[in-house]
Design a binder for this molecule. Sequence first.
Ligand code: E4P
Length: 221
Amino acid sequence: MKIFLDTANLAAIKMYNDMGLVDGITTNPSLLAKEGGDPQKTMEEIVRIVKGDVSLEVLSIETSGMLEEGRRLRKYGNNVVVKCPLTPEGLKACKMLTVEGIPVNITLCFSVNQAILAAKAGAKYVSPFIGRLDDNGQDGINLIREIHQVFQNYKFTTQLLVASVRHPMHVVEAAKIGAEVVTLPPDVLGKMLKHPLTDVGLKNFLADWEKLKKENPSIRI
Ligand code: E4P
């Protein structure tokens, strides 16, 4: 399973990238607005830091505008994936950008039908937003299960990118299903790392080593 970070926060991206945990990044206009500053510079910097795919979203709602923006965004780097919305215009732009060799992530997917259409339009990734479905009283993880099944039935090559992830159990469930990618807010990745027994265990190991050192101060490893 690939782990993408769902953020435009450069400090978090650098930190987790240095740990070797970041296979890619997804951003959107809201995440860029949250960080403030110059979004163009931020996007360029993210593309520079991360080796894997970086999804950068178009803002136009017309196909022609999406194509123009998509081509411009792709100039930031060869790892740029253009994020288009799951609208008729977005799917058309997806088809055309894909033919040009520019990979596309179709975003704002909320149903199996929409995911099938994204795959038919040649998307490299489709992003179902599971947390927002949960918020809406629906079962986000079940949508992942269903899309995964359908994609397997037809050997679609579009990768299932689980988005709008709210907590570590979303990650566990997505991994059990076999989703190719999860994109995580940095705090969810932080929670995946932590376990109280790890902290207690490490504290005890260090305390026992100190006891040994008191008996024999010259020991080292
Ligand atoms: C995906 O690419 C989106 O950026 C993201 O996962 C949206 O999640 P949210 O529902 O937390 O805004």
